[in-house]
Design a protein around this ligand. Structure first.
Ligand SMILES: [Zn+2]
Length: 194
């Protein structure tokens, strides 16, 4: 489903009026259109299901030297932005780290970053960004052993409500061996702190 920019323009204009402002004054005249174009960009991931994202970035290659295929692949600190679905507020300084234990298919490292970026471009929950990424990476690589670590600031916590600037939220998603093997889990968490 494509994002309906006309409807966004109309509703943003309505919000400006509801706030008591004049949507026709110079500074606000173009605002509904700017917001509509911004939403189209920052919510681009809403156009695709997880399965479609898996297909878009699902190009894998076979490991030639199969002796090392069990070694962990770990990409740390992919920077993304997202918007919380409870307040439509920005989640910022978000860093996503993805690990998996390859079976026979490897995914290009830049593809992992693209998957994280696209999943974040939705109205999201931090935990669900983790489960969405784990699902897609697992589908693409054929490996059940996937972990996703995320840290972020939520502007709905830092700029409103309890106003606790500097409060970071950490979430972990462990699948397969990462869920059951505590040694592996600790190794990953240790790597993530460096
Ligand atoms: Zn929120």
């Amino acid at each position: 489903m494509a994002i309906d920019k006309d409807a966004i323009r109309e509703h943003v204009r309505g919000i400006l009026i509801a706030l008591g402002d004049d949507p026709d004054r110079e500074g606000l005249k173009e605002t509904p259109d700017r917001v509509a174009r911004m939403y189209e960009e920052v919510f681009a991931g809403m156009n695709y299901t997880n399965d479609e994202i898996a297909e878009m970035y699902g190009k894998t290659f076979k490991e030639e030297d199969t002796r090392h295929t069990e070694d962990m692949v770990f990409v740390k600190d992919i920077e993304v932005f997202s918007y919380c679905e409870h307040h439509m507020a920005l989640m910022y300084d978000m860093k996503v780290s993805i690990a998996y234990l390859p079976k026979d298919k490897l995914i290009g490292l830049s593809k992992l970053a693209r998957i994280a970026d696209m999943v974040a471009r939705r109205l999201q929950l931090q935990e669900r960004i983790g489960t969405d990424i784990a699902y897609i990476v697992s589908k693409v690589t054929g490996s059940e052993d996937v972990a996703v670590l995320i840290e972020a600031n939520h502007s709905c916590m830092t700029a409103r409500g309890i106003k606790k600037p500097g409060t970071k939220t950490f979430t972990t998603t462990f699948r397969g061996k990462f869920e059951n093997d505590i040694t592996l889990q600790n190794k990953l968490l240790l790597m993530n702190t460096h």
